[in-house]
Write a protein that binds this ligand. Structure first.
Ligand code: HEC
Ligand code: HEC
Length: 308
C-alpha cells in the first residue's frame, strides 16, 4: 500500500519550473507525505472524526461551535495543511513517533494531549480540550492513524516547517508591508482580518487582530512564520516544489505580520531555563547580550554564533 502514496506525485514533477525562486527539494520522493484521508477505514469512526475536527475545528469548537465554544474560529488545518499531511506544510508525521517528549518551553515531559492543547490555547487563542472528551480521543486516534508507521524517535524528512536560511540583515517590516500588499492582502485582507464566513469561521483565516493566533503561538516566532509561508503561501500557488516568495520576501512579510497587534497571553511560565529560549523568541530576559528587537527581527546569525 505504501508505495501508492508516492506514485501520484510523479506527474507533478513535470510542473517544476526553472524560474526563481528555485525549488527547495527536487527529490520529492524522499519526503514524507501523509495518507489520503479517504484511506481511513469506514469503521474507524474515531480517526475519521479526528480528521474532521482538524479540518473544521471552528464548526465544532469555534465561537459558534456545535460541541463547545472554546476557540477563535480558525481550523487546525489552516496551519497544518490538508489535515497535516503535506511535506513542510507543518505536518503531523513526527507527532506519534516523538511524543511524549521533554520540551524546553514548558520544562516538562509533554504528552500529545498537552501539545494539542498548546495549539488550542496559543494558535487558536482558546481553552484546552478535556483529555477525556471524545474530541481529544478522536484527535489522538487520527494522529495515530497518520503516524503509527514511523519508527519511535524518528522525524521523517519534510516533517514540520521548512528551516529557512537566515538573512544577513534584520527582517524589515516596511519591506514586508509591500510584499503583503501585493501577494497576501487579496485573501487575508488589508486589515489582516481574513475573510470570515457567517458562522464564526473563515474562508481565508486572519493573520493579525483579535481573532488571530496569540503572542505565545509558534507562528509568532519569525523563523516559523517565514518557513511556513516560503513553502505554502500564497495558498494553492506556492509549494515546496514551486515557492513563490524569495527568502527575503518570506522573512520580511513575517516581520510585517508579526509587527501587527494580536491577542496576548501570560507567558511567565514559559522557558523556565532562559538559556533554552529559541533564538527568535521575542521576549526577554535572555541569557545573552542581544536585545528583544534583535531576537524578534534578527539578524540571527550573530546570536547563533554567540550561543554556540
Ligand atoms: C496559527 C497556526 C496554527 C494553528 C491554527 C494550529 N497550529 Fe499546531 N502548530 C503550529 C506551529 C507553528 C507548530 C510548531 C511547528 C514547529 O515548531 O516546527 C505547531 C505544532 C503542533 C503540534 C506538534 C507537532 C510536532 O511535530 O511536534 C501538534 C500536535 C499540533 N500543532 C496540533 C494542532 C492542533 C490539534 C490544532 C488545532 C486544535 C493546531 N495544532 C492548530 C501552528 C498552528
Ligand atoms: C489565494 C488566497 C491566499 C493568498 C494570496 C495568501 N493566502 Fe495565506 N492562507 C489562505 C488560506 C485559504 C489559508 C488556510 C489554508 C487551509 O485552511 O487549508 C491560509 C493560511 C495562511 C497562514 C496560516 C493561518 C493563519 O491565518 O495564521 C498564514 C500564516 C498565511 N496564510 C500567510 C500568508 C501570507 C504571508 C501570504 C502572502 C505571501 C498569503 N498567506 C497569501 C489563503 C491565501
Amino acid at each position: 500500500m505504501k508505495a501508492f502514496r508516492f506514485l501520484f506525485l510523479l506527474p507533478s514533477l513535470a510542473l517544476l519550473q526553472c524560474t526563481a525562486p528555485t525549488p527547495i527539494e527536487k527529490k520529492e520522493e524522499s519526503l514524507w507525505r501523509g495518507w489520503n484521508k479517504y484511506q481511513i477505514k469506514e469503521e474507524d469512526s474515531l480517526a475519521r472524526y479526528g480528521r474532521e475536527l482538524i479540518e473544521r475545528t471552528s464548526y465544532y469548537l469555534g465561537p459558534n461551535g456545535k460541541v463547545a465554544r472554546m476557540s477563535n474560529g480558525m481550523n487546525c488545518q489552516n496551519c497544518h495543511l490538508d489535515g497535516g499531511t503535506i511535506p513542510w506544510g507543518n505536518n503531523y508525521s513526527a507527532v506519534v513517533s516523538t511524543y511524549p517528549k521533554f520540551r524546553d518551553r514548558s520544562g516538562t515531559v509533554e504528552t500529545i494531549v498537552k501539545r494539542v492543547n498548546d495549539c488550542f490555547q496559543r494558535s487558536l487563542n482558546g481553552k484546552p480540550l478535556d483529555s477525556s472528551s471524545r474530541e481529544m480521543k478522536a484527535i489522538l486516534a487520527y494522529m495515530h492513524w497518520l503516524g503509527d508507521d514511523i519508527p519511535k524517535g524518528k522525524k521523517p524528512k519534510g516533517s514540520g516547517i521548512y528551516e529557512l536560511k537566515f538573512l544577513e540583515r534584520a527582517a524589515d517590516p516596511s519591506k514586508g508591508s509591500l510584499v503583503y500588499q501585493s501577494k497576501c492582502a487579496s485573501c487575508h485582507g488589508n486589515d489582516g482580518a481574513g475573510l470570515p464566513t457567517n458562522d464564526g469561521g473563515y474562508v481565508n483565516p486572519p493573520l493579525w487582530g483579535p481573532h488571530s493566533y496569540n503572542i505565545g503561538a509558534g507562528l509568532y516566532r519569525l523563523s516559523r512564520f517565514a518557513g511556513f509561508v516560503k513553502t505554502n503561501m500564497p495558498h494553492l500557488q506556492a509549494s515546496y516544489q514551486k515557492p513563490v516568495l524569495s527568502d527575503e520576501e518570506a522573512w520580511d512579510v513575517a516581520a510585517f505580520v508579526n509587527s501587527r497587534p494580536r491577542p496576548t497571553m501570560d507567558l511567565k511560565n514559559d522557558w523556565p531555563k532562559i538559556a533554552k529560549k529559541p533564538i527568535d523568541h521575542p521576549f526577554g530576559p535572555y541569557a545573552d547580550k542581544f536585545s528583544e528587537q534583535q531576537h524578534k527581527y534578527g539578524p540571527f546569525q550573530p546570536i547563533k554564533e554567540y550561543i554556540q
